[in-house]
Design a protein around this ligand. Sequence first.
Ligand code: LIP
Length: 267
Amino acid sequence: MTDDNRQLAELAIDIAREAGELARRRRAEGVSIAATKSAIADIVTEADREVEALIRARLAAERPDDGFVGEESEAEVGRSGTTWIVDPIDGTVNYAYGIPSYAVSIAAVAGEPDPQSWVALAGVVFSPANGELFHAVKGVGAWLGSDRLAVNAELSPAGALLATGFGYDPATHAGDLARVARVMPLARDLRRIGSAALDLAFVASGRLDGYFERGLKPWDHAAGALLVEEAGGVVGGLPGARADNAMIIASGPALFDRLQAAAAGPE
Ligand code: LIP
């Protein structure tokens, strides 16, 4: 099984590099907004759609029996028991504004493509703007390039360096800000990077002590969550739940319970 997971990761790495180069090239040529989705701020660019089409075509050619769940196209049920969970450009608003913090996120999961039940087997988060490629293989480990990753096991006396995000719907912002106020006593500072996939990759690599956010979609966190877990971290949702749209919490073991309690808030 581990060799199979390694092969899934190698395929995802190859596809992520090709997809990321397309995204970077399109960004340099100029980006156009194709449509808005859940809210006026929830945009999709022509590049999002083109990059997802490339990823989907490569996976269909290499693994025709697998399922596919992507941010920008219809889901497809597979016959193999493996499903690919894809965000072609995570950090779309950054990408549209020319902020170089966006990533191609590709994960392979076993079982139903449901964050409450899937088993992540392999995950890749690729940052085309600086060429950093993070990947994880279930039961083997997580890497940035060829460097093994580990979450921060110890916290600074100054507090935790945390990251979060805010929803596209302005009606959710008051609740998100109240959550930040509850969490800040744990923090030395807060970052809002604008890509959940990069937030999770940075927790896995020790660049952040923890990350929390409400409102993510499965493709935002599928690959990054495996990076954190394979780097010795803990990923969860609200107390008693796995990471999902309601909440994701990711950190080293020493911080997780306190961060989850603060982010979840009063019962
Ligand atoms: C984004 C996430 C980010 C979140 C944004 C958005 P997208 O995903 O990566 O963490 O704060 O609201 O969901 O839309 O760029 O794929």
